[in-house]
Design a protein around this ligand. Sequence first.
Ligand SMILES: [Zn+2]
Length: 261
Amino acid sequence: MSGVEYQQGSLAGYEIREYVLEKWQRACAYCEAKDVPLQIEHIHPRAKGGTNRVSNLCLACEKCNTAKGTQDIAVFLKKKPEVLKKIQAQAKKPLKDAAAVNSTRWKLFERLKATGLPVECGSGGLTKYNRTTRNLPKTHWLDAANVGTSAPVVLITKGIKPLKIKATGHGRRKMCVTDAYGFPKHHKERKSSYMGYRTGDMVKAITPKGTYWGRIAIRHRPSFRLGKTDVHPKYMRRLHRADGYEYTYETKGVRDAPPHG
Ligand SMILES: [Zn+2]
């Protein structure tokens, strides 16, 4: 990206913004403030002939950006020579890990293409550009729907409830439970099912005491843990077999997605 000029709002602008955010670890280069609105800042000011190349870009919080104005960085930081040195060094550095990621991802792309299946590439910047130009809020699932060049021009999202799938695993492999010092405590039962049920199965239980829904934890006797109560399996009906995943419908409002990695 070293030769690309920064232009806000364009796809290249989004790509560069993501790159600069990553490169400067989402913090103000001058005061290291995080979790504040950050602006793309020209190290050598535009007004004085500074370019829009990524090597001339860093991040600044509103306060530092205003304080710096069109001053040269050496003037602005004349009382903080160590900060000046750090910024100048960081500006020249390419994005950490970029080289390794580049070589592995093209290899992966070629392998996938060799399968004959349709394969396309996307980037964090493109996802954000797609989502923003379609006026969609930032959520994990909307980011997923906006990946790549084949994201539809119009995405109808009204009334859609995303199904959230979380990997819960299949329990621990360890057959022997150890104490804090690593000494064996007791042996775990080898069999992971009992009366056809497994820990993690979703069940509905209609018992004389009431109706219960949820995930069970089996015991090797006919009384399984269901929420806060013990229930005999004869009252249970399995709704979903434990498959190492947890499924929930997201019904709450917009949730923040983490930065792209
Ligand atoms: Zn700052």
